[in-house]
Design a protein around this ligand. Structure first.
Ligand SMILES: C[S@@+](CC[C@H](N)C(=O)[O-])C[C@H]1O[C@@H](n2cnc3c(N)ncnc32)[C@H](O)[C@@H]1O
Length: 231
C-alpha cells in the first residue's frame, strides 16, 4: 500500500489488480531523481514544459515542481511579488495525464499543496487567495483524467492542454492545444529530420513544436492571478 509522508509516496503498489490492469507501480524517489538528473538543467528551468503521460499520483511532476521552485526561490525569494509570479509560471508548465481518476485527484492535490506550502512560507502576509485560486485552476487544467494512448479524456473528448505564456508584465496568454495535434506536429518534424539527415531527431525542442501547431482556442490576456476568470 502507498502512503504519503512529507508529500512523498511511501510504497510503490496499491493493489495487485491495479498492477495487472494498469501497470500501476509508483517510482521510488531515488529513481525519480536519477532520471530527472538526466535532464538536470531543463528540470529546474522555470519555464521548461514537462508532460508526464502516465503521471500516477505525481511522483515525477512533484519533483519537477520542487526543482523549478528551487530556482524561483534562488532568483526571486527576496521579492514576494516576483516569487508569486514566477512560482505560478513554474507550476503552469507542468502537465500530466492518468487513466485512473483517483491518481489524477491525488496528483492535483499534491501539486497544489506543495506549491502552496512554499508560497505560504515565502510570501507570508503578502499571500493572496486569488493567486491560490489561480494555482488550483491551472493545476486542474494541466493534470487531466484520460488515456494517453488514444489521447482522449474519460468523456471521449480529445485531450486539450492549456499553454500559459507570460506575455508582458503580469499578463498571461492562454492558448489551448489538442494533444494529438501536438504529437502529430512532433512526429512530422521527426520524419522530416530523418529524411533530411538520415537520423532521428533526439534533441527535439518541444516548445518550438507547439509553435507549429494551431491552438484550438486563444484567450484574451489577463493578469496571472485572474486566469480562472478568463473565458
Ligand atoms: C508505472 S505507473 C507510473 C506512475 C508514475 N509515473 C510514477 O512513476 O510513479 C503507470 C501509470 O500509468 C497509468 N496508465 C496506464 N495506462 C495509461 C494510459 N493509457 N493513459 C494514461 N495513463 C495510464 C496508470 O494508472 C499508472 O498510474
Amino acid at each position: 500500500m502507498t502512503e504519503l509522508k512529507d508529500n512523498k509516496v511511501v510504497g510503490q503498489i496499491r493493489s495487485r489488480e491495479r498492477v495487472a490492469e494498469h501497470g500501476e507501480v509508483f517510482t521510488d524517489e531515488r529513481e525519480v531523481n536519477a532520471m530527472l538528473d538526466l535532464v538536470k538543467d531543463e528540470s529546474s528551468r522555470i519555464e521548461s514544459r514537462f508532460l508526464e503521460p502516465a503521471c500516477g499520483n505525481g511522483n515525477f511532476v512533484i519533483e519537477v515542481l520542487n526543482r523549478k521552485l528551487g530556482t524561483v526561490r534562488r532568483k526571486y525569494g527576496r521579492s514576494p511579488s516576483d516569487y508569486e509570479k514566477f512560482s505560478i509560471i513554474a507550476v503552469s508548465s507542468i502537465y500530466g495525464v492518468d487513466i485512473l481518476e483517483d491518481n489524477v485527484k491525488e496528483c492535483r492535490e499534491r501539486l497544489y499543496d506543495f506549491w502552496n506550502a512554499h508560497y505560504t512560507e515565502i510570501c507570508g502576509p503578502d499571500c493572496r487567495d486569488e493567486v491560490r485560486k489561480a494555482a488550483k485552476y491551472i493545476i486542474r487544467h494541466n493534470i487531466l483524467h484520460g488515456d494517453a494512448l488514444t489521447m482522449l479524456k474519460n468523456n471521449g473528448e480529445p485531450i486539450v492542454f492549456a499553454q500559459w505564456d507570460l506575455a508582458m508584465g503580469n499578463k498571461v496568454q492562454r492558448l489551448d492545444y489538442r494533444l494529438d495535434s501536438l504529437m502529430r506536429t512532433h512526429d512530422e518534424d521527426q520524419d522530416q529530420m530523418e529524411l533530411d539527415f538520415g537520423m532521428p531527431e533526439w534533441n527535439t525542442d518541444r516548445e518550438a513544436d507547439t509553435a507549429l501547431s494551431e491552438p484550438v482556442r486563444k484567450y484574451p490576456l489577463v493578469n496571472y492571478w485572474e486566469v480562472q476568470k478568463c473565458r
